[in-house]
Design a protein around this ligand. Sequence first.
Ligand SMILES: *Cc1c(COP(=O)(O)O)cnc(C)c1O
Length: 393
Amino acid sequence: MTDTHPTGWFGDFGGRFVPETLIAALDELADAWISAMADAAFRDELDHMLRHWVGRPVPITHCPRLTAHCGGADIWLKREDLAHTGAHKINNTLGQVLLARRMGKTRIIAETGAGQHGVATATACARYGMTCEVYMGAEDARRQALNVFRMRLLGATVHEVHDGSCTLKDATNAALRDWMGSVGKTHYVLGSVVGPHPFPDMVRDLQSIIGHEARGQCLDRIGSLPHTVVACVGGGSNAAGIFAGFVGDADVRLIGVEAGGRSDDTGEHAASIGLGAPGVLHGSRSLVLQNDDGQTATVHSCSAGLDYPGVGPQHAHWHASGRANYIRVDDTSALDAFQLLARLEGIIPALESSHAVAAACTIAADMSSDQVLLVNCSGRGDKDVEEARRLLD
Ligand SMILES: *Cc1c(COP(=O)(O)O)cnc(C)c1O
């Protein structure tokens, strides 16, 4: 099943809303991506690195004690927390860095919020000796000083951005501005299934390894497909990646979990699908959180990776078409699930992934014990233990 229009539209969402100077670069990128995917040597190198450097395939893990606690469906986790750098982001950055090399680009730029995507980009650049410059809001850089140090340790230059709210959306604008002036030698590694075409397609394809592996593993180990697949949604890349393995199976229910934050009031959450409206952000049309006057709203979540006012256009379309359902989980429930999975299964999930775990527990309770619920554990929680301790005190 494919609902991808050739020009990068997903129903009413997607497209390219960028200055003229970037159109040729986006065309070049779209062509390069299609030709790379058709090139056996490129695919072999990507597969080799995913196996021997990232550590794939990562397993699916049965959660007997969580299942007993929630009551209902059998809960399994897809373990992206076991991938190199501790989350799914490396699947995307490795692929894009390999593509940039193939295109003859010598310089990589990226945006980062909390620093996770910046670290994953710097990691892939270090492996291939590519120049790496990361844009990060000054406020984020202050809050995430350890990730700034990590990126520098990996050889990257970090540019602090002092515009607007000095956070992720301002860093993304700065990276897009850089790219407009440097596109000849520079590739922009976008961090999620957002931005202008072909980024939503390309990032989903690179993350689809999550879903394709999981589908095979479910058939192998459980003997059936899962009844329901649950994943958290920030920009939407880990969700799009695991959904990609099951979207063609009409019987498999897909559920995305957004950050409900503290409340449904503007500025207190990051639920772009549940509470946003159609709009253009960072080069594509999707659902966007906006103020009454149409400006991009400020957002809040206890997890930095979900703290984004937009969402990938394909998710907006899956929502509109009903192929996937989107719900929200608040900070408190996510923090409870963070502790629950640690205590019951010996796995400390990222706060982002904890939103999916919290939703999974509620959803499983409404299902029967012969049904299977698969949750994407998008990352490990080591990065969040200090924040969790602060929030729990
Ligand atoms: C960045 C991040 C997310 C959110 O990004 P998506 O593009 O929505 O996947 C989720 N989980 C973890 C662990 C992350 O680092």
